[in-house]
Write a protein that binds this ligand. Structure first.
Ligand code: F6P
Length: 319
C-alpha cells in the first residue's frame, strides 16, 4: 500500500490524539502518504479528507478530545453511504484506513473492508467494552477521573456523615464502575453484568453506619439505571438520603494518562505495520502484554468477558 487514511469515530476518548499522531508519524516513517479524515464516517461520505504531515500532529499527544473530531453518523449505516465513503477513499488513492473508535466504529470498518478497502480498527472508547484487548484507549484516564471525583466526594460525605451515589458512564459495560469502585473503596458497585439486590445494599449501608462508618459511596454504571432512581430506592428502604453525582461527559475529557498515551502510541504504529504487511478487516489490541490482531467480525460478535475476580475482590474489601 502507498497511502493510508485515519479517522476517529463514535464517542471520543482520551488518547485518541496520541493514536492519530502515532498512525500519521508511523505511516510517514514507512514512506506512506497519510490522510486525516475529519468527523469520522461523516467526513468520509462528505469528502472532508486532507493530507497530514509530521507537523500536523505536533503538540497533541497530551490533549484530550480528537483533532480529527468525531461523529455518530447514521448516513454511513446505509449501503449508499458506505459505497460513497469507499469511492471517496479511492478518489484520493487511499488503500488502507485506520479507524479509531468503539464497537459501532468497528462495524463500519468491517463494512468498508468488505468493499475492498484495507481496514484496521483501534479500540478508542472510555468504556473498555471491546474484547481481544485488555484495555481500550481512554479507559485508564476515565477511571482516574472517577477516582479523583470520588476522593473529593469522600471528604464532604465524611464531614456530613452522608452517603453518595455516583453514576458513571458505561452503557453496556460496568468496567469504569468496577475499576473506579475498587480503586476508591466504594461500598457497593452496580454493573449491568452482575445482578444485585437493592434491599441487601440498603441494609448493609444502614448496618455500616450504625456500626460507626462515617460515609459510604455507591458507584452505579449508567447501564444499570439512573443514579437518582437508585438513591430513591435506597431511601425508601433504609431512610438514608444519599446525595447523587452524575459525572457524565467530564469522564471523556482532559489530558490522557501515560498509560493511555503509551497504549495509543503502540497500537497506532502496530496498525500501520499490519496494514503494510497486507492484513485487513482486523482489530488491533494489547492482550496479556502482546500486540495482537483479531478479525473485526469476531470482535464485534463477542462480548468482552467481565472480570468477576476483581468484582468479588471489591465486594470482600468493601465491608
Ligand atoms: O461509548 C462511550 C460513551 O461515553 C458511553 O459511556 C456513553 O453512554 C455514551 O458514550 C454517551 O454518548 P454521547 O456522547 O453521545 O452522549
Amino acid at each position: 500500500i502507498k497511502s493510508i487514511g485515519v479517522l476517529t469515530s463514535g464517542g471520543d476518548s482520551q488518547g485518541m490524539n496520541a493514536a492519530v499522531r502515532s498512525v500519521v508519524r508511523s505511516g510517514l516513517f514507512h514512506g506512506l502518504k497519510v490522510f486525516g479524515v475529519q468527523r469520522g464516517y461523516y467526513g468520509l461520505i462528505h469528502d472532508d479528507i486532507r493530507e497530514m504531515d509530521l507537523r500536523s500532529v505536533g503538540d497533541i499527544i497530551q490533549r484530550g478530545g480528537t483533532i480529527l473530531q468525531t461523529a455518530r453518523c447514521l448516513e454511513f449505516k446505509t449501503e449508499e453511504g458506505q459505497k460513497l465513503a469507499a469511492d471517496n477513499l479511492r478518489k484520493h488513492g487511499i488503500d488502507g484506513l485506520v479507524v479509531i473508535g468503539g464497537d459501532g466504529s468497528y462495524q463500519g470498518a468491517n463494512k468498508l473492508s468488505k468493499l475492498g478497502i484495507k481496514t484496521m480498527g483501534l479500540p478508542g472508547t472510555i468504556d473498555n467494552d471491546i474484547p481481544y484487548t485488555d484495555f481500550t484507549i481512554g479507559f485508564d484516564t476515565a477511571v482516574s477521573i472517577v477516582v479523583d471525583a470520588i476522593n473529593k466526594l469522600r471528604d464532604t460525605m465524611s464531614s456530613h456523615e452522608r452517603s453518595s451515589v455516583v453514576e458513571v458512564m458505561g452503557r453496556h459495560c460496568g468496567d469504569i464502575a468496577l475499576y473506579a469502585g475498587l480503586a476508591s473503596g466504594a461500598e457497593a458497585i452496580m454493573v449491568p453484568e452482575v445482578p444485585f439486590s437493592i434491599d441487601e445494599i440498603a441494609a448493609r449501608m444502614k448496618a455500616n453506619f450504625d456500626a460507626g462508618k462515617r460515609h459510604s459511596i455507591i458507584v452505579v454504571a449508567e447501564g444499570v439505571g439512573k443514579g437518582e432512581d437508585i438513591a430513591k430506592q435506597i431511601h425508601e428502604r433504609n431512610g438514608m438520603e444519599p446525595r447523587v453525582t452524575v459525572l457524565g461527559h467530564i469522564q471523556r475529557g482532559g489530558t490522557p494518562t501515560h498509560n493511555d498515551r503509551i497504549l495509543a502510541s503502540s497500537l497506532g504504529d502496530f496498525a500501520v505495520r499490519r496494514l503494510i504487511a497486507g492484513e485487513s478487516g482486523k482489530a488491533c489490541g494489547k492482550l496479556n502484554g502482546e500486540l495482537v490482531t483479531t478479525d473485526i467480525d469476531t470482535v464485534v460478535n463477542t462480548k468482552k468477558p467481565f472480570n468477576t475476580e476483581l468484582y468479588e475482590l471489591a465486594l470482600r474489601l468493601s465491608q
